[in-house]
Design a protein around this ligand. Structure first.
Ligand code: G3H
Ligand code: 13P
Ligand code: ZN
Length: 319
């Protein structure tokens, strides 16, 4: 069942985080639904502009609607990831999306507010909620100074002003993570002090953590052993840190890269180990199984496993 993103946030805030996973095809959708039904966890399906271009807007919608019928127990929201203004309006007008992200974080502060404000007005009129972004979500490397590191993170006072003036419903904050497989050189943890400062100024307001893949070393090693050439120093976010970020207001956690790594590992190993096969459904089945297990295990780290009953109860109470 597709629900509003706001409804999920209301139940989750401070208790657990909702895993938000990007999908581009049928296999990812199947793994995502299967894993979350097994875990009894709510989730968010994210569609990026790239995914909409790759699979087609109508195809993605049809895949999700078909999964909805196949997995009637699933409770989830559908979200546009890293949208520009035009794509946000397309999604709002489609009536299919629970929420959109307007990513104007590359603009100066005032312009980011103005663009976000416009999207919020259109979205709220259609009962769609809006995620905005403030701060520079770059790799915060170990070899830069503490002052430089802090300058890249979201400023707590600005975050408060941004939320008040833009009217957004959740905020993606720069707290030490970055997109892709090469996030940190060496060991790096989230900037909990910064998250706490933001929460102090925005109590009860959902914060979103992008760039939250863990980039497991074992996964990278297996990909490379099967012919891949990923940098073995690739590191991600330690999934055990989610539990510390959740009471500080982190309510949505975005994960895409890890799913791509599972896909790459499964297919590279399959092609290496079964060179006579040319039936793509064989690695496809393995991927769906492994990806389902991946999201199931991730929901334990996000503390969202076994929360479906309380989510259902809260949804019923709202009706
Ligand atoms: O943060 C971006 C997501 O990983 C989506 O990636 O734009 O290549 O679909 P994409
Ligand atoms: P990762 O690259 O860490 O998976 O981040 C995904 C993301 O933030 C999607 O918006
Ligand atoms: Zn992102």
């Amino acid at each position: 069942m597709i629900v509003t993103t706001s409804a999920l946030y209301r139940v989750a805030y401070g208790r657990f985080a909702i895993g938000a996973y990007n999908i581009n095809n049928l296999e990812q959708a199947l793994g995502l639904f299967r894993g979350h039904v097994q875990a009894k966890a709510p989730f968010i399906i994210q569609l990026s502009k790239g995914a909409r271009k790759y699979a087609g807007v109508r195809m993605l919608e049809a895949i999700i609607r078909a999964c909805d019928e196949e997995f009637p127990e699933a409770i989830y929201a559908v979200h546009l990831d890293h949208g520009d203004e035009k794509t946000c309006y397309d999604c709002i007008d489609s009536g299919f999306y629970s929420s959109v992200m307007i990513d104007a974080s590359h603009e100066v502060f005032e312009e980011n507010i103005a663009i976000t404000r416009r999207v919020v007005e259109r979205a709220h009129a259609a009962n769609v909620s809006v995620e905005a972004e403030l701060g520079m979500l770059g790799g915060v490397e170990e070899d830069i100074s503490v002052d430089e590191k802090h300058a890249m993170l979201t400023d707590p006072d600005e975050a408060k002003r941004f939320v008040e003036l833009s009217g957004c419903d959740s905020l993606a904050v720069a707290i030490g993570t970055s997109h892709g497989a090469y996030k940190f050189s060496g060991k790096q943890s989230l900037h909990f002090d910064r998250i706490a400062e933001i929460q102090k100024r925005l109590p009860g307001f959902p914060l979103v953590m992008h760039g939250s893949s863990s980039v497991p070393q074992e996964e990278v090693a297996r990909i490379n052993a099967a012919g891949g050439k990923l940098d073995p120093s690739a590191r991600g976010v330690d999934a055990d840190e989610f539990a510390r970020a959740i009471p500080l207001g982190v309510t949505k956690v975005n994960i895409d890269t890890d799913g791509r790594l599972v896909w790459t590992r499964v297919h590279r190993e399959h092609l290496r180990d079964d060179p006579k096969n040319f039936d793509f459904r064989k690695p496809g089945e393995i991927f769906v199984r492994e990806y389902a297990e991946f999201v199931r295990a991730k929901s334990e780290k996000l503390l969202s496993a076994n929360t479906l009953e309380s989510v259902q109860a809260s949804l019923l109470a709202e009706v």
